[in-house]
Design a protein around this ligand. Sequence first.
Ligand SMILES: Nc1nc2c(c(=O)[nH]1)N[C@H]1C(S)=C(S)[C@@H](COP(=O)(O)OP(=O)(O)OC[C@H]3O[C@@H](n4cnc5c(=O)[nH]c(N)nc54)[C@H](O)[C@@H]3O)O[C@H]1N2
Ligand SMILES: Nc1nc2c(c(=O)[nH]1)N[C@H]1C(S)=C(S)[C@@H](COP(=O)(O)OP(=O)(O)OC[C@H]3O[C@@H](n4cnc5c(=O)[nH]c(N)nc54)[C@H](O)[C@@H]3O)O[C@H]1N2
Ligand SMILES: [Mo]
Length: 695
Amino acid sequence: MSQADDDLKWGRSKIDTVCPLDCPDTCSLEVTVENGKILSIDGSDKNPITDGYICGKVRRFGERVYGDARIHQPRIRTGPRSAGQWKTATWDEALGSIASRMTEIRQQWGGESILPFSYGGSNGLLSQDTVDARLFRQFGAARLARTVCSIPTRTASQALYGKMPGVTYADYCNAKLIVIWGANPSSSSIHLLPYIRSAQEAGAALVVIDPRRTNLARRADLHLALKPGTDVVVALSIHRYLFEQSLAAEQFLAEHTEGAIRLRERAAEWTFDRAAAVAGLDPELLENFAEMYTDISPAVVRCGWGLERNRNGVNAALAILALPAIAGKFGVRGGGYSMSNADAWMLSPDDWIGAPEPNTRIVNMNKLGRALLEYRDPPIQMLFVYNCNPVATMPNQNLVLKGMNREDLFTVVFDQVMTDTADLADVVLPATTFLESYDVARSYGSTNLQLARPVIEAVENARPNVEVFAELATRLGLDIGTDYASDAEALLRLTADFPDEAQRALMEGGLAEGVARGRPIQFRDVFPRTTGRKVYLFPEHLEQQSSIGLYRYKTENENRDYPLTLISPATEKTICSTLGELRARVARLHIHPADAESRGLSTGDTVRIFNDLGEVHCTVAINADMRSGTVGLPKGLWRMSTLNGSTANALVSDSLTDIGGGAVFNDARVQVARVVTVSFTEDPMLTKNTVEQPH
Ligand SMILES: Nc1nc2c(c(=O)[nH]1)N[C@H]1C(S)=C(S)[C@@H](COP(=O)(O)OP(=O)(O)OC[C@H]3O[C@@H](n4cnc5c(=O)[nH]c(N)nc54)[C@H](O)[C@@H]3O)O[C@H]1N2
Ligand SMILES: Nc1nc2c(c(=O)[nH]1)N[C@H]1C(S)=C(S)[C@@H](COP(=O)(O)OP(=O)(O)OC[C@H]3O[C@@H](n4cnc5c(=O)[nH]c(N)nc54)[C@H](O)[C@@H]3O)O[C@H]1N2
Ligand SMILES: [Mo]
């Protein structure tokens, strides 16, 4: 029997779609469905970067679709908050009760007391900032500043280069020097790896700048294991060298840039010795890096997101992204930088939202706990969470929990699974996954748009965002039109504002290639999208927003009680906190052998990681790949993945980056101590006690 006959016999079909989740790779997928159920999820060749393979976690996505954590029906809380007591409800009851509470709350407290809270979710263009935004704008709710990720790097890259597309993955093969700066593609964008490998095979040198010895750092010619938060001085020391040694690309600077002199002045103090002392590196390594970056071309810098999540985030990204301009690395294939390409299409959501923004209060999402507990006139009375799991992903977890536990807060959580956030809701609504509804995925690693289509029917009573917000709007008496009544209609509405050719390619073939298809060369095929196509090396508007000025280093608050720096980067197990429900094991704190030894720790011990904000209990893994003085926990853990229900974000403060209001996930000061569990078997009242081991 042929494969086709076999498929027919089993009611099996293979359907093309895309993974829209928040990852630069945006893989094209081939999903095998049998009798209406997902059998397997694989990569396809449609997106050339996917090249037929995908990550392990999305291959397992069916376990989320059909898993125990999935929400099947709307639920309404019946017991005390977070006690897990619910009654199931119809959509009619659930949306009815939400609409009447929203109306009451607006009457009593004003629209600004209602805070819609969303971030990436499945990261599709349809499921966020379409009819949801139209609803909340028309209703006059508070506005949310989506600052949890990429604000610092985006602020820097837009100020310098506007929305210029980056060096494409494919062109990494043409580079002779690849600098992976604060990115870990082995976890966070695996499809870049083959291009790096083939460049290395062709003789390219690799530099990795990361406090951890990552997989790529192990294969690198040079690894700068700097202290987190010190990237700005490392980059400035290279700028200083280029200027002092008359190696700066004077002609390029004269033709294409403004502000080089101001940058030069600020860089002047950063000798290799001084920068190395701050970054905790050997000055010789900085010198090696400077020489490599000067001598080798084409050179590409992959600027990641790990470097932005600290008090110097914007200045770090500015100093790094200015390097190819000062060193004259543009204009050749494989030369320049890559950052996010999210803005390459220059799409503007306002077109399809179709309602003006109200002039209501703006809440920085990194301050969620504070907003819930401290904001007055009016206080926040209602939280509507969708596309987000703030208990797991926002800074200052204990403050978020305290705020969300307020008895007088009305909370709606709209999600696919019972997250840590959903546990605290008054009403829970079941959402479809990207395998059950239409969406449009916009890649930020390359520049294509791809169509996500339903490969199965919605599981139980799950519904797509657009449908739910459209119905809620109607119940609120808003006149929002009918163009978002279903996800299929919404797709037409959304894509109507795309360039014609893109819309046609997307609707007919499922994929519209953006500018990256032509593998554009920076400063030959693509230019800064700024006034006069210039690079603004010293953006004055940012200088004014910074308390210490541009290209300056803010020192850390030394605290003897908390001598270690905690970072919490992406892992291959989850995507942010999505799929965290499938992560069964207790998380491990990664710590350098020297830091473990001075605390008497062995691998497998239970430890307490703590500071003034909170504590996390988990096990420990001694790991020589960590930098001494820096410890690591995984990003995106659920509360069940530790022994005390707290995760890395319980230790992360809600203070903000230098500019832009970003989160400082990699800038937490902590102490670690061993926890000894003693069993008192003879005393039935005291079966378990926890004693901290002094060190
Ligand atoms: N598997 C998987 N893939 C993902 C995600 C995921 O959670 N899981 N998340 C997605 C999202 S939302 C994003 S934003 C991207 C993030 O992707 P990446 O850019 O890779 O960012 P991170 O994982 O935050 O951190 C990258 C590296 O930065 C290092 N680092 C930490 N602090 C510093 C510092 O101060 N300086 C320097 N130079 N390095 C530092 C970390 O050790 C880590 O190896 O990945 C996306 N892809
Ligand atoms: N400690 C630490 N914390 C971090 C980071 C870090 O480096 N360290 N990184 C940060 C980064 S880079 C990011 S981007 C943020 C991300 O933080 P979040 O925006 O909270 O991202 P997720 O954890 O993926 O949560 C998205 C939720 O949306 C739900 N969802 C998906 N699709 C839909 C849909 O169509 N409809 C509805 N209603 N719901 C949907 C998913 O089930 C999931 O629960 O986390 C940040 N948190
Ligand atoms: Mo992110």
